[in-house]
Design a protein around this ligand. Structure first.
Ligand SMILES: Nc1ncnc2c1ncn2[C@@H]1O[C@H](COP(=O)(O)OP(=O)(O)OP(=O)(O)O)[C@@H](O)[C@H]1O
Length: 232
């Protein structure tokens, strides 16, 4: 099996006044390109912690996270974040006084994109998430929540990384807009061959993914959705 990202014997805990709270206990799980994964579990089960390990915001206390077989600690955490993973936050993390286009182009500058015509490319990425040029040229603070989330996804696409992780990306959105975002993730996995890992509380979104990774009491179980629900 061709794993893009692999958790190998990963354990993680927090210490509270010398008491250890185990979050992940000897977890083994792999993620492939071309698949859309959701991470689910009760509040406090460690979903955000899991995602921070998958996106090199933190390191396991024990075990390794491997990218194409290489330990991300060896790749270097900031190097890994810059080159190999795109993170979509619930709060979008956009620059509100800039236009959508400027937000995407700024991210391209920061990540050292080698694309020659950055404006044209940014507009193409925005169009791929259904942000037309008129909206692309508006300041982000004048766009709706759903539009802002799509801009954040377009920004994540400009780094051209194979791995996209998102923490509750539909948390603030209405049902229709959330379905729209989920469809974009499905397309990115199935048409663009990306590996998508999304933390969600929402069972409908989990059912729309290819594989559900359930977290509970430090352990994980996988549910494969053979017949992926199409969102409408
Ligand atoms: N920086 C930290 N220091 C200490 N404990 C922490 C820290 N971050 C998280 N925790 C604890 O670890 C547990 C897992 O937190 P995490 O945010 O990963 O869970 P979650 O499944 O994403 O929760 P939610 O669904 O409520 O967002 C929680 O009990 C939390 O209080």
């Amino acid at each position: 099996m061709n794993q893009l990202l692999e958790f190998k014997n990963v354990s993680y805990w927090y210490k509270h006044e010398n008491k250890q709270q185990n979050i992940l206990i000897d977890v083994n799980v792999g993620f492939e390109k071309g698949k859309f994964y959701t991470i689910t579990g009760p509040s406090g089960s460690g979903k955000t912690t899991f995602l921070s390990l998958a996106s090199a915001l933190d390191l396991p206390k024990e075990g390794q996270v491997l990218y194409e077989g290489k330990d991300i600690n060896k790749i270097g955490l900031s190097n890994f974040r810059r080159k190999y993973v795109s993170i979509v936050f619930q709060s979008y993390n956009l620059l509100p006084y800039m236009t959508a286009l400027q937000n995407v182009m700024t991210a391209m500058e920061i990540t050292g994109s080698t694309v020659l015509n950055k404006k044209e490319y940014a507009l193409k990425m925005l169009e791929s998430v259904h942000i037309e040029e008129k909206h692309a040229r508006q300041r982000v603070l004048t766009l709706s929540g759903g539009q802002q989330q799509r801009v954040a996804i377009a920004r994540s696409l400009c780094s051209q990384s194979d791995l996209i992780v998102a923490d509750e990306p539909t948390g603030n959105l209405d049902e229709n807009t959330a379905a729209d975002i989920v469809r974009i993730f499905q397309d990115l996995a199935h048409k663009e061959n990306k590996c998508i890992i999304v933390v969600t509380h929402d069972n409908d979104i989990a059912r729309s993914s290819d594989i559900i990774v359930k977290l509970s009491k430090g352990n994980i179980s996988l549910v494969s959705n053979k017949k992926v629900a199409l969102v409408n």
